[in-house]
Ligand binder design. Structure first.
Ligand code: FE2
Ligand code: FE2
Length: 497
C-alpha cells in the first residue's frame, strides 16, 4: 500500500470541518462558548497557525521530552540538591509549584474550550495538542515536588494551594478563572495564549530556568525548559485569531482583551516572579534582574509582536514601564512582612551584598525600599522582633487581589484607586486595575477579596490565627524567614561595633 506523504494530507486533517445540516450553526457553536463575533465559518477557516504538528510526531516528541526531564530527575535524585541548597532557592521551588502546577491542569480546560468550540479548524487542531500539553504540565509539576513531601509539609502545597483560600491562591485563581475558565474560545486564544503564555510564561519558565541552572538545580531547569517548549507551540494560537479579528474591523475589542490580560498577568508576576528572581534566588545564581528579564522578554519581544499584528501598545504602557522599578519591591516587602500567610518561607534577600546589587539594578533602592528594611533591621537589633511581623491586614486590590502599595521614602506615592458600583465601594491598586473592572462590572462585581471576607465576618476569630486557619495554613506550613534570620547577623555585628 502506498502511504501518502505528510504534505499531501496535512492541510486536509488540520482543516477538517463540516457544514451543519441537522442543527443550526448557533447550536453547534453557541456564541458564548465560541466567540465567533459574527465572522463567518468560511472566514474562520482561514485561520493559519504558524506552528504545525501531527499526532504521531507530537506523541513521539512529548515522550522524548518527558523521558528527558524524568531521567535528569532520577539521575540527580541521590545528589539531593534540595537538601543542601540555599533555603531561598527552596522557597522559589515551593512558591512556583503551588502557584503553577494546578493552574496548568486547569489550563487544559481552557484548551478544551478552543478544541471543541473555536470556529477556526486550525485552532481546534492546535488546542487538542495544547490540552494534552497542559495535562502533562500539571502531572509533571506535581510529581517532581512529591518526593519532598515526606520531609516538609510546605511541599504539599504544590497540590494544596489552589484548594485553599490562602490570599495568593485567591489572587491566582481569580486571574486564571478570568483569563481561561470563563471566556469564549477566541477570548481564551487571545487572553490566555497570546497575552499570558506568549507574553509572560517565557519569563517564568526560561528566566527561572536560567537562574536554576546558575544555582545548580539542573532537575528544575530541565523540568521547566521542557514545559516551555510546549508553551512556545500552543501560545501561538492567539496570533492568528487576532489577525482575523483585525481583518474584520474588530481591533478595539481585540486591543481591549490584550490590554486586560497583559495587565492582569503583569500584576501576578509582580508578586510571584519579581520577588523570587530579585530576592530569593541566591545572589551568585542571578542571571539577570527581574527588570532586565522583563525588558528583554516583554518589552523587546512582546511589544514588537503587538505592533507587527497591527495592535497598539496598551494605553497604560508608560505606567507599566514605571512600575517595573517599583511594584515587585513592594510585593517583596509585603510578602516577607506577612510571611506567616504564605506556604513557603520568604527570603528577605537584603544582606549588605544583596543591597549593593539591588542598588545597582534599581538606583535609589536604598533611599526608598531600603529605608523600610532599615526599620525592620533596627527592630531586630533592638530586641523587638515582634515589630517585624503583621498585627494588621494590608489593603488589597479588588482586581488583582494583591496588596495596594506605593514607593516609600521621600517619594511616597501610595495611592488607592476607588470606584463605586451599585452602592459598593471597590479599591484598586492601580488605574489599569480599576479600568479593567469598569470594562465589565457584571463579571467582577460579586468577588470578595480576602479583606472583604474579613470585614464581612467570614474569618473567625478575626485575628491572625483565624486568618491563617481560614487560609488553610496549618502548623508546619506557615511561612517564616527562609534563612532563620541569620542574614541579620551582619547588621547586628555592625551595630555592636
Ligand atoms: Fe502549561
Ligand atoms: Fe500553556
Amino acid at each position: 500500500m502506498t502511504v501518502l506523504s505528510q504534505a499531501e494530507w496535512y492541510d486536509l486533517t488540520r482543516q477538517t470541518t463540516w457544514t451543519p445540516k441537522y442543527v443550526s450553526e448557533d447550536e453547534l457553536f453557541p456564541e458564548e462558548m465560541s466567540g465567533g463575533r459574527g465572522i463567518s465559518l468560511e472566514d474562520w477557516a482561514t485561520y493559519d497557525e504558524p506552528y504545525k504538528v501531527v499526532y504521531s510526531d507530537y506523541v513521539n516528541t512529548q515522550r522524548e521530552k518527558d523521558s528527558g526531564a524524568y531521567s535528569v530527575k532520577a539521575a540527580l535524585e541521590r545528589a539531593n540538591f534540595v537538601k543542601d541548597s540555599d533555603q531561598g532557592w527552596v522557597s522559589v521551588l515551593k512558591a512556583h509549584y503551588g502557584a503553577i502546577a494546578l493552574a496548568e491542569y486547569a489550563a487544559s480546560t481552557g484548551e478544551a474550550r478552543m478544541a471543541r468550540f473555536s470556529k477556526a479548524p486550525g485552532n481546534r487542531n492546535m488546542a487538542t495538542f495544547g490540552m494534552m500539553d497542559e495535562v502533562r504540565h500539571g502531572q509533571i509539576q506535581l510529581f517532581f515536588p512529591h518526593e519532598h513531601t515526606s520531609k516538609d509539609r510546605q511541599w504539599d502545597w504544590a497540590h494544596k494551594a489552589y484548594h485553599t483560600n490562602e490570599w495568593g491562591a485567591i489572587a491566582a485563581r481569580h486571574f486564571f478563572d478570568d483569563m481561561m475558565m470563563t471566556r469564549d474560545a477566541i477570548s481564551v486564544a487571545i487572553m490566555l495564549t497570546f497575552a499570558f503564555e506568549n507574553g509572560f510564561t517565557n519569563m517564568q519558565f526560561l528566566g527561572l530556568a536560567a537562574d536554576a541552572a546558575e544555582a545548580g538545580d539542573h532537575t528544575f531547569a530541565s523540568l521547566i525548559s521542557s514545559i516551555q517548549t510546549d508553551e512556545a507551540r500552543h501560545a501561538q494560537q492567539g496570533g492568528p485569531a487576532l489577525k482575523i479579528l483585525l481583518e474584520h474591523g474588530k481591533k478595539d475589542e481585540a486591543q481591549r482583551m490584550v490590554d486586560i490580560a497583559f495587565w492582569r498577568s503583569w500584576r501576578l508576576f509582580s508578586v510571584l516572579t519579581g520577588p523570587i528572581m530579585d530576592y530569593y534566588t541566591p545572589l551568585e545564581g542571578r542571571e539577570q534582574s527581574f527588570k532586565e528579564f522583563m525588558q528583554e522578554w516583554i518589552i523587546g519581544q512582546f511589544e514588537r509582536q503587538m505592533l507587527d499584528l497591527g495592535l497598539d501598545k496598551p494605553w497604560y504602557w508608560d505606567e507599566f514601564l514605571r512600575a517595573l522599578d517599583e511594584t515587585h519591591h513592594g510585593m517583596q516587602l509585603g510578602v516577607w512582612y506577612w510571611r506567616p500567610t504564605v506556604w513557603w518561607n520568604p527570603s528577605a534577600g537584603v544582606t549588605p551584598d544583596e543591597r549593593d546589587w539591588l542598588e545597582e539594578k534599581y538606583p535609589g533602592w536604598n533611599d526608598t525600599w531600603g529605608k523600610c528594611w532599615d526599620v525592620i533591621i533596627d527592630n531586630f537589633a533592638n530586641g523587638k522582633p515582634e515589630l517585624t511581623g503583621p498585627a494588621t491586614l494590608p489593603m488589597i486590590c479588588n482586581m488583582s487581589n494583591i496588596p495596594i502599595i506605593g514607593t516609600p521614602g521621600n517619594k511616597w506615592v501610595v495611592k488607592d484607586y476607588p470606584h463605586e458600583h451599585e452602592g459598593r465601594l471597590y479599591h484598586f491598586g492601580t488605574e489599569p486595575d480599576r479600568w479593567i473592572f469598569q470594562q465589565d462590572p457584571e463579571r467582577y462585581k460579586g468577588h470578595m477579596n480576602f479583606i472583604d471576607r474579613f470585614l464581612a465576618g467570614q474569618i473567625q476569630p478575626a485575628d491572625l490565627m483565624g486568618g491563617l486557619q481560614y487560609m488553610g495554613l496549618a502548623p508546619g506550613e506557615i511561612g517564616d524567614d527562609a534563612h532563620n534570620y541569620e542574614w541579620m547577623a551582619a547588621y547586628q555585628k555592625a551595630a555592636a561595633e
